[in-house]
Design a protein around this ligand. Structure first.
Ligand code: FAD
Ligand code: NAP
Length: 338
């Protein structure tokens, strides 16, 4: 088992690049390490936090407990007719999994190209982009249940996947540690280019019948041009979720703001673009000390230098307040705050 280190800096373990320290820190390289770790009663009762790539986390202070970084490697696959089961360790970099699949013609994850982070974290917020969510390709995952001291298999119906949401963010938060995920992909691609940005980019390149490689490449290029690269500017992607409201609320808002950016969802609800709400509240490109909203997408908060996690949090509070005053909508943070 990997040793337990003390007073470890988390600065290079979170993509916001904020400074914070873990009282204790360990890495897990194989599933069996978890039962060895929790055989020690000290860790069963201790405050603990599991991390992958730290790309959806904001540390606002030091963590006075044990941080467990998941580093289980390995990708394998098994073809059965037109379907493929791809199995990956929790520590596999998400985009490495996407490339593994795209290179082999395994369709389903191409729209999720270049999302930072690890495979183990992907079910936690049911990652999504460009009209595809993890739940669309999720077969099952294995997770170590700390209290029970055993590994459990979770099927889709056990995970309560929702919009950027799952059971792992609620009842099972810090109770289970995902050790691997199995994805159900297809050799028969159903290309999803419902998002205008992908369609436009394919049109510009005169690609009429795109394959999964085309979609993956286009998504990758759009993302590079639009989003700040965490290796050069600290951020955790979208800071807030897009709010989903009912039709009645929407009609009211639309009369006050006729150009409001929105998407009608199947169950008579409407999704609003949080980035638009933030922009219209006067926050696009705004900077306070070392914290700012990203110039190309106001939904992304960036650390332009050496912002403290608490400053980034306070900045987000101000945004919530102003959006609420203008639109009577309370933005919910997508980023996990500690
Ligand atoms: P971490 O940030 O380390 O952890 C996130 C949460 O998951 C924490 O609560 C943690 O405790 C928990 N967790 C992590 N690993 C495990 C595990 N093995 N078992 C149990 N719990 C665990 N997200 C999207 O959905 N779509 C996007 O398009 C997208 N784009 C992004 C773009 C940028 C530039 C950035 C910086 C982030 C983006 N994100 C996006 C957010 C982020 O990449 C995802 O949420 C990703 O899944 C986080 O993975 P991670 O390994 O970094 O998780
Ligand atoms: P965008 O294309 O400018 O669109 C703005 C918002 O409108 C998005 O948040 C998206 O919602 C929604 N939208 C756009 N077209 C839609 C359609 N055809 N149907 C339904 N909803 C639509 O967004 P962007 O910032 O460049 O991001 C592109 C994609 O990458 C989005 O899916 C976004 O979620 C994802 N992304 C996520 C993060 C993150 O950290 N979570 C960071 C960067 C990008 P959805 O967000 O619900 O898709």
């Amino acid at each position: 088992m990997y040793p337990i280190a003390e007073h470890v800096s988390l600065k290079n373990l979170n993509t916001f690049r904020v400074e914070a320290h873990a009282r204790w820190f360990t890495e897990i390289h194989q599933e069996e390490d978890l039962s060895l770790l929790f055989a020690d009663q000290q860790w069963k009762g201790a405050a603990r936090l599991v991390i992958g790539g730290g790309s959806n986390i904001l540390f606002t202070r030091d963590f006075e407990g044990l941080i467990i970084r998941m580093n289980i490697p390995g990708i394998t696959h098994q073809i059965d007719g037109e379907s493929v089961l791809v199995h990956a360790g929790a520590g596999v970099v998400w985009n490495d999994l996407v490339l593994y699949c795209v290179e082999r013609g395994f369709a389903g994850v191409e729209n999720l190209t270049l999302i930072p982070g690890t495979v183990g974290a992907s079910p936690v917020q049911n990652i999504g982009a460009y009209g595809v969510e993890l739940k669309d390709v999720f077969h099952s995952c294995r997770a170590y249940h700390i209290k029970k001291g055993e590994v459990i298999t979770f099927l889709p119906e056990d995970c309560r996947f929702g919009y950027r949401d799952s059971i792992f963010k609620h009842e099972l938060k810090n109770q289970v540690i995902i050790t691997s995920v199995t994805f159900k992909l297809s050799l028969n691609p159903q290309i999803n280019i419902s998002y205008g940005a992908i369609r436009q980019e394919l049109e510009t390149r005169h690609i009429d019948e795109p394959g999964i490689k085309d979609v993956s490449l286009v998504v990758s290029e759009i993302r590079v041009s639009k989003l700040p690269d965490p290796s050069t500017i600290g951020n955790a992607g979208s800071f807030f979720k897009n709010p989903v409201i009912n039709e009645q609320q929407f009609v009211h808002l639309k009369s006050a703001f006729p150009d409001i950016v929105h998407y009608c969802l199947p169950n008579s609800t409407v999704k609003l673009a949080a980035g638009w709400l933030i922009e219209k509240s006067g926050w696009k490109g705004k900077q306070i000390r070392q914290t700012a909203t990203w110039k190309n997408q106001a939904l992304v908060i960036v650390n332009v230098g050496s912002a403290l996690g608490s400053e980034i949090y306070d900045f987000s509070e101000e945004i919530i307040k102003d959006v609420n005053e203008k639109f009577n909508i309370t933005l919910e943070r997508e980023v996990n705050v500690f």
